[in-house]
Design a protein around this ligand. Structure first.
Ligand code: NAI
Ligand code: COI
Length: 364
C-alpha cells in the first residue's frame, strides 16, 4: 500500500507506529479526523497475519470511528489503535504502560477505550501513564466495560429496524440469528430473551456458545450455517466483512442488525442488501452505544445521562431510514450522508480565523 497516497485519498491525519522491545509492544495508532474534537476509539488486540493487515485494520476502524462519533452527535473525532499479539498469551502490564506513554505523547489528540481483545484491567494499566483513556474501573468513577451498553444500543437499534421492516418495533416472537456471542452479543441476547425473541446462536468459542444455549435456551448451529438459518433478523456480532458475495445469497432474514464493525465487505454489498429489500442497520450507527457511554466520562460520568443518550440510537437509525427512503439510497449511504453533513457544517463554521493562544508575531 502506498501509505501517503492512501492517507491522502481518505483524509487520514496521522499514523503512529509504537514499539517497545522490553514489553514486546507493537502497536499502531491511527487518527483519522479531528474536525469534531479529539479522536476517540478503542484499542484492539489481535493476532494479525501480517503487519500490513494490522495497519489496514487500524486505518479502516479509525475512519469508522469518525463516522460513528459524528452520526451519534458526539463532539469527537475518529481514531483507533491496534496492538499486534494474542490477547490470551502475549499481554503483560509493561506493554499497556508503554502503550499508555505513547498515547500520552499525542497530548489528547487520541483517547482510547476497550475493543476486541482488551479489558477494563488493560485500561487501568494505560491509566497509570495517561488520562487520555476511558472505560477504566468503575470504582474510580469511570464507566467500566462498554460492552453491555453497546449490547443495549444494538437492542434499541434492532427495534428501530423492526419498525422500518414490519411497522412495529416489538421483537416478541421474532427469531434472531446471532453470530458470535461474546461480550456485546451476550448482553444483546439478555434483552432479546427478556422481550420474548427466539435465539439461534453460533460461536467459534464453544464455551461462549454453550453459555447462550444454557442461559437463553438458544438453538446452536455451526459457524458456517448461521447465514442461511430461517430467521427474521441476522445479527453479525463477531468480526467484520461477513456481509459479502458468499453470505448474502444465503440470507433469509428481513433485517441485518448487529454489533460488528465494518460488516459490509464493500459498499456494493450494502447496495445488494438494499436491492433485495433487506433493512440494513448501518454498523457504526447501531453499535455506537459503547462509545456514547465512555465519552460521557469526559463530562464526569453520569450513568443515567449516558443511557439517555444511548436510547437515541433508535432515533438516529429512524433518521437514517428516512433519508434512505427520501433520497432512494441504501441505508449505509444515508448514514454516511448524515455523518459527513455534520462534519462539513462544523468545518464551514471554523473557516474564520479566531485567535487561539499565542500569535506567531507576539515573539514570546
Ligand atoms: N465491545 C464494544 O463495546 C463494542 C464492540 N464492537 C464490535 O462488536 C464486535 C463484538 O465485540 P465484543 O463482543 O466486544 O467481542 P468479543 O471478542 O467479546 O466477542 C466476539 C465473539 O465472536 C466470536 N467469533 C469470532 N469469530 C467468529 C466466527 N467466525 N463465527 C462465530 N463466532 C466468532 C468470538 O469467539 C467471540 O466470542 C466486534 O466486531 C467489535 O469491534 C463495536 C462497538 C463497541
Ligand atoms: C468500544 C468503544 C468504547 C469504542 C470503539 O472502539 C467502537 O465503538 O468500536
Amino acid at each position: 500500500m502506498e501509505m501517503f497516497n492512501y492517507m491522502e485519498e481518505y483524509d487520514y491525519e496521522q499514523l503512529v507506529l509504537c514499539q517497545d522491545k522490553n514489553s514486546g509492544l507493537k502497536a499502531i495508532i491511527v487518527i483519522h479526523d479531528t474536525t469534531l474534537g479529539p479522536a476517540l476509539g478503542g484499542t484492539r488486540m489481535w493476532t494479525y497475519s501480517s503487519e500490513e493487515d494490522a495497519i489496514e485494520d487500524a486505518l479502516r476502524l479509525a475512519k469508522g470511528m469518525t463516522y460513528k462519533n459524528a452520526a451519534a452527535g458526539l463532539n469527537l473525532g475518529g481514531g483507533k489503535a491496534v496492538i499486534i499479539g494474542d490477547p490470551k498469551k502475549d499481554k503483560n502490564p509493561e506493554m499497556f504502560r508503554a502503550f499508555g506513554r505513547y498515547i500520552q505523547s499525542l497530548n489528547g489528540r487520541y483517547i482510547t477505550a476497550e475493543d476486541v481483545g482488551t479489558t477494563v484491567h488493560d485500561m487501568d494499566l494505560i491509566h497509570m501513564e495517561t488520562n487520555f483513556v476511558t472505560g477504566t474501573s468503575p470504582e474510580s468513577g469511570s464507566s467500566g466495560n462498554p460492552s453491555p451498553v453497546t449490547g443495549y444500543g444494538i437492542y434499541k437499534g434492532m427495534k428501530a429496524a423492526a419498525m422500518e421492516a414490519y411497522g412495529d418495533p416489538s421483537l416478541e416472537g421474532k427469531t434472531v440469528a446471532v453470530q458470535g456471542v461474546g461480550n456485546v452479543a451476550y448482553a444483546l441476547c439478555e434483552h432479546l430473551h427478556e422481550e420474548g425473541a427466539d435465539l439461534i446462536v453460533t460461536d467459534v468459542n464453544k464455551e461462549a456458545a454453550k453459555r447462550a444455549v444454557d442461559t437463553f435456551g438458544a438453538k446452536l448451529v455451526e459457524p458456517d450455517e448461521i447465514y442461511g438459518v430461517d430467521c427474521d433478523i441476522y445479527a453479525p456480532c463477531a468480526l467484520g466483512a461477513t456481509i459479502n458475495d458468499e453470505t448474502i445469497p444465503q440470507l433469509k432474514a428481513k433485517i441485518v442488525a448487529g454489533s460488528a464493525n465494518n460488516q459490509l465487505k464493500t459498499m456494493e454489498h450494502g447496495d445488494m442488501l438494499h436491492e433485495m429489500g433487506i433493512v440494513y442497520a448501518p454498523d457504526y450507527v447501531i453499535n455506537s452505544g459503547g462509545v456514547i457511554n465512555v465519552s460521557d466520562e469526559l463530562d464526569g460520568y453520569n450513568h443515567k445521562r449516558a443511557m439517555k443518550k444511548v436510547e437515541m440510537i433508535y432515533d438516529n437509525l429512524t433518521q437514517v431510514f428516512e433519508i434512505s427512503r427520501r433520497d432512494q439510497i441504501p441505508t449505509y449511504a444515508a448514514a454516511d450522508r448524515l455523518a459527513e453533513e455534520r462534519i462539513r457544517s462544523l468545518q464551514a463554521s471554523r473557516s474564520q480565523f479566531l485567535r487561539n493562544g499565542h500569535h506567531i508575531l507576539s515573539r514570546r
